[in-house]
Design a binder for this molecule. Sequence first.
Ligand code: IPE
Length: 256
Amino acid sequence: MKIIKFGGSVITSKNDPLSLNSNVIIELAEEIRRYYLEFKDRVKLVIVHGGGSYGHPLVIECLKRFSTLTLECFAKVSYFMNLLNMYVLEALLSNEVPVVGIPPKAICKVSETLECDLTTVNQLMEAGLIPVLYGDVVLYNNGFKVLSGDDIVWMIAKEFNANAVIFLTDVDGVYDRNPKSFKDATLLTHVSLDEVLNRVEFWGVKDVTGGMLEKLRKAKELNVRGLRVYVVNGYKRGNLYNALRESNVLGSVIWV
Ligand code: IPE
């Protein structure tokens, strides 16, 4: 099975609260449709999307004002993530892709570690549906916590023995240095996870759930193995389809 993560910075404009990149979402849905129609009966896919400007600004504001996620914050973030999920589902449904939204807060909680009951996700996928989950707010000990879509990706990858994970981001892949400051920054195209973690000095801007470093480090932490990770630019047409086909991929291919 394969997992796609729609980065929040791809499906929304990260710096502009509640701004949706509708055109990008539609283009991505069209690429999934193309893949889905070609491989229909054999498609086993889970989609996870991030929060972008529907999640992060609200969380940051709450933490600034109250130093914690209050009841009202939980309810608001929950509402807007659900709304974003609806837009993603709508684009896929109008492209004949049989998706079904599953709110992580209903199946996951964090105590010492993250615990999710993935029974329904598995059964829906086995029945031929494509579950769509997302970064969300979840129960955490006596309070609440933001659960990154990346954590969900790795948990599902491990549980269902995924053979490929595709991260759609707003950059062309993983670079060894910041490409905005260093002209000689190199895009790592075919590398092992260990090599990436050793070589990379630049990990992009941190957000409330950690950015690119956390994204990859978590695979190591959870001891996820035996899969290919594709980090590609979600703004460039064809990248998602090629990553799903696992051929002609422009971006980083990382062996985990
Ligand atoms: C964050 O999810 C969800 C919330 C802030 C509620 P992610 O961490 O997966 O989101 P992106 O992809 O970085 O935007």
